[in-house]
Design a protein around this ligand. Structure first.
Ligand code: ZN
Length: 175
């Protein structure tokens, strides 16, 4: 596996509408494995192919939800790795929520963005088989951010507020 370079603004690929993937060959498998490694190395919790200069509809997401146990302690649930090709949002909640997000392709900036609280996605897995994913909360936010990348949309386009991150914490969980 090879680390790929994460491109940043104003790289034009970030503003292009990415094309659907139709060939599931070994070259694609290499790209997927490289993207997973690049996301982990960044570190980030999601990455879209245009962020590594490939204008194709492919995203990888790896995120562990947190849960409170009966004593109020935070437990980190096991991380889930999801690879989705040609993802499409097929259902959205009526509810939306505001949250702060940052992007690996826009270093140092964070913003407050309104997203659907829950969404359903359909797409293909890495072998070209259909897959459906139901998500809510942070994971739903990550997917909405990544799918935007495939359409050339970046979080400042949607943000109600954008600012320079002041703390390391603000830059955690970038996508
Ligand atoms: Zn991003």
């Amino acid at each position: 596996m090879t680390l790929r370079t994460i491109v940043t603004l104003p790289e034009p690929v970030l503003r292009r509408k990415a094309r659907p993937i139709t060939t599931f060959d070994s070259n694609l498998q290499t790209v997927i494995d490289d993207m997973i490694e690049t996301m982990r190395d960044a570190p980030g919790v999601g990455l879209a192919a245009p962020q590594v200069n490939i204008s194709e509809r492919l995203i990888v997401v790896e995120y562990g939800e947190e849960e409170e146990d009966e004593n109020g302690e935070i437990i980190e649930l096991p991380k889930k790795l999801l690879v989705v090709i040609n993802p499409e949002i097929v259902k959205t909640s009526e509810e939306t929520e505001l949250g702060v997000e940052g992007c690996l392709s826009i270093p140092g900036l964070v913003g407050e963005v309104e997203r659907f609280s829950a969404i359903q996605i359909k797409g293909l897995n890495r072998h070209g088989q259909p897959t459906k994913i139901k998500t809510e909360g942070w994971l739903a936010r990550i997917f909405q951010h990544e799918i935007d990348h495939l359409n050339g949309v970046l979080f400042p386009d949607l943000a109600t507020k954008v600012w320079k991150a002041q703390t390391e914490e603000e830059l955690e969980d970038r996508v």
